[in-house]
Ligand binder design. Structure first.
Ligand SMILES: C[S@@+](CC[C@H](N)C(=O)[O-])C[C@H]1O[C@@H](n2cnc3c(N)ncnc32)[C@H](O)[C@@H]1O
Length: 367
């Protein structure tokens, strides 16, 4: 089955969070149509979709790590040398390659002169092919060179254009990368702290909090301030407050969020005793210490109980908590013992290979 037409794109999300990226895409274009999800190892979740609006909207997605235009798709490639040859040939014949180039150029007006300097990134998953990843890369490169003859040049770095060739078992996806590294790394992240969260995951957590313009939003363990920054960038709010036990984290957080929005409040505090009144918070979003780089599992047992009780106290009735952690069993025990907090949904994800969960929890509404 041929999947692509002139309007087919794909976004790369954190594995496990593909449906959130899809929700965000639909938010930018209600006519977008989902074509499917795919996984590349445990590193990437791919969201394939048809999109007929201005692709510039896709570059503003906050939960996606990268966005591509799909230039070619084959649902079955034979795992032998003949299959590899056919991929090279497909590069020459692809009907949508030129459309992809146009889309790519629109996003980077006036930046390219002379011969196009291109780079191919190849990825392979699954057993079967009688060749290696480098052979896949060379086959695609050769196909592109044959297509554009002498006008293009292959480079290793500083390319004008990146072509990503992905073989998932027998399925082949080829895309032109529309985003650059600022999409996933964000330009605001100047200062780093250990265990700092990936901005796209922070954005997904903020998305799950369902941001509203009258939100009082709190991150009680804010570290480098990634969650606070993503909340500020996702839309209007009434108040954003964050804090951390560690003075250095507060300094780092301030350096990151200060240039974005000067009304974000940052404090040194203990999340076990927040200096906030009862029922004063609409959304609490937190990346808890996993007990690996920060603290220990033993310490977490008491810390988590106190922090969850404190968050319940400061949330207004029916308000929302979104919490990320690798301590699944501990959170489940705490929720079982906390009738005031109702688990709505658990999102399982993989953070650079480490299993983690995002819990979406609502405080019980007042009767
Ligand atoms: C996993 S990190 C959060 C990282 C943050 N989301 C970021 O992107 O940088 C957990 C943070 O909790 C803080 N922390 C640990 N115990 C705390 C407590 N009792 N009160 C407040 N912060 C605490 C640590 O200093 C650390 O910065």
């Amino acid at each position: 089955m041929q999947l692509n037409n002139a309007f087919t794109f794909y976004a790369q999300a954190m594995p496990g969070l593909e449906p959130i990226t899809w929700q965000e895409i639909q938010h930018t274009s209600p006519t977008a149509r989902l074509l499917g999800f795919r996984r590349y190892r445990r590193q990437n979740g791919l969201v394939l979709f048809e999109y007929r609006d201005d692709p510039a909207g896709l570059l503003r997605l906050r939960t996606a790590e990268d966005v591509f235009y799909l230039t070619d798709h084959a649902s079955t490639v034979t795992p032998d040398r003949a299959g590899l040859q056919s991929l090279s040939q497909r590069m020459v014949q692809s009907r949508f390659f030129d459309v992809g180039l146009q889309v790519h150029r629109q996003g980077r007006r006036g930046r390219q002169r002379g011969r196009t300097r291109f780079r191919v990134v190849s990825r392979m998953q699954g057993r079967g092919p009688a060749y290696r990843r480098a052979a896949l890369r060379r086959a695609v490169e050769q196909g592109v060179l044959n297509r554009y003859n002498r006008k293009w040049r292959r480079v290793d770095d500083d390319a004008d254009l990146e072509i990503w060739a992905t073989l998932l078992e027998r399925e082949f996806l080829c895309g032109i990368r529309l985003s650059d590294r600022t999409m996933r790394h964000r330009s605001y992240k100047q200062a780093h702290s250990p265990a700092s969260l990936r901005p796209t995951v922070a954005a997904a957590m903020v998305w799950l909090s369902r941001p509203q313009p009258d939100d009082v939003f709190v991150d009680p363990m804010c570290g480098a301030g990634t969650i606070l920054a993503e909340r500020a960038l996702m839309g209007p709010y009434k108040r954003i407050v964050g804090g951390d036990l560690d003075d250095n984290a507060v300094v780092t957080g301030r350096a990151n969020v200060g240039p974005l929005a000067d009304d974000i409040e940052l404090r040194q505090w203990n999340a076990e005793a927040l200096p906030l009144p009862n029922g004063s918070v609409d959304k609490a979003v937190v990346n808890l210490p996993f007990g690996q780089r920060h603290g220990s599992h033993r310490h977490n047992r008491s810390l988590y109980r106190r922090v969850f009780a404190e968050i319940r106290r400061v949330l207004r009735p029916a308000a929302r908590l979104v919490a990320l952690t690798g301590e699944q069993r501990l959170v489940e025990q705490i929720l079982a013992a906390e009738p005031g907090l109702v688990l709505q949904k658990t999102w399982r994800l993989s953070l650079l290979g480490t299993p983690a969960s995002i819990y979406v929890i609502d405080k019980r509404a007042a009767r």
